[in-house]
Design a protein around this ligand. Structure first.
Ligand code: SF4
Ligand code: SF4
Length: 351
């Protein structure tokens, strides 16, 4: 029975990524200010690579379902395999929903299926939590437990590596010299970091009073006709759609046709349910013409519809929508309103 855990020193990990980049497109998180963003691995920029930290600004879904993609009139060209390193648990836990929508419906989305099969995931534990993180309230953890090919846990100068799939096993087998035995004390170090970051997230949840899935359950439906709640929650929304676009679980898209000269093509772009025209249909009818209806719809889908059909709350607690919203609408405050039936927007300096 092969081992499931190994260790790899940092310099060997970067050598491994450079070797993998000879045959695949390798993406890693780079840090700038206090944020992280995926970019293609460039060995000359190694000091800026941060595999730990927290989730990146860009949701991982953008690798499986690009923000804009040509789906007809596409030139057939060889596509290299993709490897994404540093993916966080709150992005991995969105895959259950993305797979459900794009692979398990009446028909499979061939574009998503292609990217899903073509992408190898090297996830990484969070090494700290941000005030906006609330993954634990949504049933998650700040470290991956499934849906990765390899997982890394940052330790002092090295990483604990966990093998999560046959694809991950193939990498370990093909580059055996980089991977060393994992000692019991390495796993103890990993577990103690996991415990520390989990406690940090729990502390942020407690201080903010963020409700968990048990408290939220059933309350969106209960408050569906509590119009003042949804009107107040939506009162500062400017309909930019940033909350939808930044969200790892949001998946709505729009198909559009375009003509350039004699060429006709079809594109697929991310859509946002907060946009006024999102639900508009022929005859100019719009079933959600009021902004509060669209805000309510967002919460209904995430916290009532998907728990019902998939036993899954379509929020991973990543906190991206909190940072992205120019209207200072904080999902945690809306959820508190959903539980109590009242909207109590905190003073701006507490946001
Ligand atoms: S709703 Fe907000 S906090 Fe929840 S997964 Fe989406 S972006 Fe993250
Ligand atoms: S990010 Fe904020 S302002 Fe923009 S659509 Fe979402 S709730 Fe409205």
């Amino acid at each position: 029975m092969p081992a499931t855990h190994y260790s790899i020193v940092k310099s060997d990990l970067f050598d491994l990524l450079a070797r993998l980049a000879q045959t695949s497109r390798v993406f890693v998180p780079y840090s700038y200010d206090d944020k992280f963003h995926f970019g293609e691995f460039d060995p000359s920029k190694e000091p800026a690579v941060e595999l730990g930290g927290i989730r990146q600004s860009q949701p991982f879904k953008s690798f499986l379902n690009p923000a804009r993609e040509k789906v007809m009139g596409k030139e057939k060209s060889a596509v290299r395999p993709v490897i994404v390193a540093g993916v966080k648990a709150c992005d991995l836990s969105s895959l259950i929903l993305q797979d459900y929508v794009f692979l398990k419906g009446d028909c499979e989305d061939p574009f998503y299926a292609f990217h899903r099969n073509n992408t190898l995931i090297i996830s990484c534990d969070c090494t700290y939590a941000k005030e906006t993180c609330f993954c634990v309230a949504m049933g998650g953890r700040p470290y991956p437990t499934k849906d990765f090919d390899l997982n890394l846990s940052v330790q002092d100068g090295f990483f604990v590596v966990e093998v999560g799939s046959d694809k991950g096993r193939t990498i370990v087998n093909n580059y055996k010299t980089f991977f060393k035995d994992c000692k019991g004390r390495d796993l103890l170090g990993r577990d103690s970091m996991r415990e520390r970051v989990s406690l940090q997230v729990k502390d942020f949840i407690k201080r903010r009073g963020t409700p968990d899935t048990a408290a939220i359950s059933g309350n969106v439906k209960k408050n569906y006709d509590n119009l003042s709640l949804w009107q107040d929650a939506a009162s500062t929304c400017v309909e930019c759609g940033a909350c939808n676009l930044a969200c790892p679980t949001c998946h709505c898209f729009l198909l559009y046709d375009e003509k350039a000269g004699r060429d006709i093509g079809r594109g697929k772009v991310w859509d946002a349910c907060l946009y006024k025209t999102f639900a508009k249909v022929a005859g100019n009818h719009n079933p959600r013409k009021h902004l509060y209806e669209r805000m309510r719809n967002r919460f209904d889908k995430k916290f009532a519809f998907f728990p019902e059909v998939l036993k899954y709350f379509a929020c991973t607690g990543c906190g991206r929508c909190i940072e992205a919203c120019p209207g200072d609408i904080d999902i945690r405050e809306v959820l508190k309103g959903v539980v109590t039936g009242k909207w109590n927007k905190p003073p701006h300096d507490q946001l």
